[in-house]
Write a protein that binds this ligand. Sequence first.
Ligand code: ADP
Ligand code: MG
Length: 806
Amino acid sequence: MPDDVLKIAPDAVHITLPIEGMTCASCSARIERQLAKLDGIEAAAVNLATESADVHFDANQVSAEEIKTAIEKTGFTVPDQVIELKIDGMTCASCVGRVEKAVSKLDGVADVTVNLASETAHVTVDQARSAEVVRAIEKTGFGARIIENTESFGSQDEAKSAARLRQDLLVLALGMTFTLPLWFQMFWNYFVEEFAWDGIIQLALATVVQFGAGYRFYGPAWKSLRAGSGNMDLLVAMGTTAAWMLSTWRVFWPVEDVVGGEIDLYFEASATVVTLVLMGRFLESRAKRGTTGAIRELMKLRPENARVIAADGSEVEVPVSSVKKGDIVVIRPGERVPVDGEVISGSSAMDESLLTGESLPVHKEIDDTVTGGAINGEGMVQVKATRVGKESTLSGIIQLIQNAQASKAPVQKLVDKIASIFVPIVVVIAAATWAGWSLAGFGWEVGLINAVTVLVIACPCALGLATPTAIMVGTGVSARQGILIKDAEALEHAKKIDTVVFDKTGTLTKGQLQVVSTHPVNGDEAGLLALAASVQHGSEHPIARAILKAVDTPLVAVEDFKAHPGKGVEGQVDGQSILIGNRTLITEHGFTTDAFEDGAQALETKGNTVIWVADHTAGVLGYIAVGDVAKDTARAAVAQLQNLNIHTVMMTGDNRRTAKAMADKLGLSDVIAEVLPSGKAGEVERLQAEGRNVAMVGDGVNDAPALAQANVGIAMGTGTDVAMHAAGITLMRGAPELVASALDISRVTVLKIRQNLFWAFIYNVTALPLAAAGILTPAIAGAAMAMSSVSVVTNSLLLKRWKVKV
Ligand code: ADP
Ligand code: MG
């Protein structure tokens, strides 16, 4: 065989490995050299920008694991990656445990969570081994494939699940049609007069149902049996086939009952169970689709195409995926915004309701940021793309919700464990039932039918759906109204919150500070402001912005600029060494503010922030008062929490008098003032040490440690990515009234989980003994089983009606 054929032989494998720790091109060259030394490497390209290695290799000579080791030998790491897999064929909670067990046994797997409701698995695995994960899952009898791109996957999945639903409906209709005559017989016999179709007719009807509509139970049942475990299909298949076989035997070899009269045929039982279980599944998958509605809606938000201005100035329509950072995008009236960007010309009102939950259109003009997914109003605007693809806000939101929905509540792990040992136990109970009734002298037929009932009723489906469906609906409905919840853990913690700490600026107040008054020692107001503005030019702080806004004369360049976080700034202007900041900063440098305190404190008591300006040689030059206004809904937001008996605290770096004035106005119970940014997390910790469950609400970068320290971090509004990462809950708009609602939806969702688990558990625990005791018939068991799953999912769907409280 010639060489070039060998190269494209099936053993040629291509992998992309992420690499951490590369800082320069020489690093990538080093790795490439190291890889080239290995036998069986056909091509290896290391990309510094994407921090990854593309390797083509011959799997007969070298393994992905060896490649990884070779890279790590050069001093870099190949980090674990979280891969998402779509799993086909999971029918009940016991399947979850089986998949998790099989995957977690593999080397290199750090974590695995399987979600029954979304039929997905999240696996944290060393990248070289993702193919093994797929194989391990397939060996347990399920289909598995890695989802490469979550977004494109969404629409594919959508079409597929719609098709599957249609097919399910057809199969259900088939089963129903052939079961109806048997139901008619049962009904007539019971209410009107003794009546039965001829045995052969019954056999024909039941056979179509059993092997026509019910064929789909056999494949998965067999697979799970071969994998050495059981699932719901196995229980249904065993139960109904036993009833069918017993009845078929009776048709050809009828016997007289001991009491006299013919022994009943059980065809209506087997057919009813098959049909009802199919009906339950159909209703369940329809409802399950409802639980992922929020994500599907978000995925539909992004338009397919964008109009980009080409190099020659003409407008060309291109697919959104090919829009690059920096491209100029034209958005016409009524169109959807394709990417995140900054308005560079035009103005318009945009409807961002599906992203933020804010129903009023938001006015956008030059320099304002727009978010992909919003609907443009009447105006036409040009936008410079700032974030595209995976980096975009919409992607971030979708990702966050998907993670939340895939996350597993702690209680669910226990439930899955119980469910995975359930099926074998049930089979044992069924066998015991059969033996028990037979030995007690009721005949083996009666025993068998009761055993069938046990098999049918025992499936722990409802148990498996209880938690994930509630989490999916809860996180979905809140996301639609502007509250993003990170995971199940955040839900659990949020439910227990008894103290809410608010950052002041930008959270309770608008954060758009304004200069209220200027008090120079020498009487030159404009001069003091201009000097302050020149120094503040280097600062991003809201106070700096306020001072800069108040000045329209040209600024002088600042040198040796230095920020003192939580205190102020300093710098050289025109040879003068200037300090600007709070009282602490000034006194720390040996100056005294005593002479000006009467005036300054009067301003502070009114809720203004006083900023001191001092010259290193000449001393205090004066002070400037800046004011912020409370958000319109801040007072109501605090009142909502107080009504829930939640202790409310304002935390700020601002001085005590200013903070107290604002806190009193808004009705907060407590104030923690004059905290340095670095001390905020410590203050939260101190509250926790008092035994409180603390939620911290903040927006800024310097809040991130406090957000992370709190039991639940709530990042607000135009929250920075940093804040979003540290937070368990993200509020999509700067509305403080969402805080109480966020705590509420968490509480309601957790409650729903408990309710679902309770009912599912009660159902299994009470129904099993009734079935074993022969009190239920197989048909009733089938109906009960279908109902319990459907009712759990429906109960979760009730959460969809939840609304933000205003
Ligand atoms: P917050 O808790 O409101 O986020 P910071 O920690 O940012 O407050 O700041 C605390 C205090 O430090 C401010 O109230 C102000 O007095 C002073 N300060 C911080 N940065 C500056 C600045 N750039 N110019 C003047 N004062 C500043
Ligand atoms: Mg702040």
